[in-house]
Ligand binder design. Sequence first.
Ligand code: PLP
Length: 358
Amino acid sequence: MIYLDYNATAPLKKQAQEAMLKLPCAPYNPSSVHGFGREARRLLEEARASVLGGINGVGYRLVFTSSGTEANNLALKGLAGYTVLASSVEHVSVLKNAGVLIPVDSDGCVDLAALEQLLQEIPGNKLVSVMMAGNETGVVQPIAEVVMLAGKYGALVHTDAVQALGKMPLDMQALQVDMLSLSAHKCGGPHGIGALIIRKNLHLDAQVIGGGQEQGFRAGTENMTAAVGFAAAIPSQEEIEKEQQRLGCLQEMLESALEGQAQVLGKGARRLAGTSSLAMKGVSSETQLIHFDLNGIALSSGSACSSGRLTTSHVLLAMGVEKALAGCVVRVSMGAATSEEEIARFIRVWKELYQRKQ
Ligand code: PLP
């Protein structure tokens, strides 16, 4: 099976698996005061420092959560009395917490003029949430500009960097956002663990309450094993840059081979290397997915990372893509194991279907 669905989840990296398997079967609870507890605390704090270090998180705290979804919910629900302004192409875990939607252009980039107008018009405390990179189109948002605008109007900024982690360099010092969400399984770590990175002076109301773990931001005994795996999966900036180049070439190979047959959504914007949202006009996403599956290629339509349901993508509709065309889109998302031969095979299988449907 050729796997081209990395934006849904990435295979567990060997080093993450090994780091977790190396842990002894000990009664580890980081809140216990005895020796086992202290060792668990050491391992947990080591993992925390390692993930934070990987994104240059000096001046920020990291709160482990169960997922990127939970990190987004904590960020957006944790500030009482704030109006949340979110781009209309966000993941549903952000979208469902938004009070006001910020429109995007036809490439899916957030409309900065519209954002400024909203910031002027909306009274009171405001939190702007714009993702770093889109799960469906891979479009990279202009976060520096968003931070500048928000700063001008005294608003805070959250960014969902779940898809950016491991796919583009992340540097908290350069970004200067107030909060940032991560998820381990998108970059080869285990499932069931995410993180919210929070500026140190910012207070959030915990959404999961109980024993006060995670510095009072998120109760519940920490998933220390997963935290260790998460830390081991974080690539270095050099590794990321090298991989970006490699996947960028494969993306170029794919999109140029399909010129005239596929419409690439978000093509005019800066995109993640390795993510292509492709429309085959007149052929439904479902038909395409079945065809690719029968030919041993796993990919998804739009944002099937939620429940596998094939619904029209809110992202494509927000970009102004017609409903009929939005129903003919598949997403190719590449990763560490993706090879030139696999992309060549994808192109052949695409062309077979395209020709058959003419
Ligand atoms: N944000 C984005 C951009 C995503 O692509 C996903 C993935 O589904 C999430 C958030 C949710 O992450 P998780 O699967 O860890 O809940």
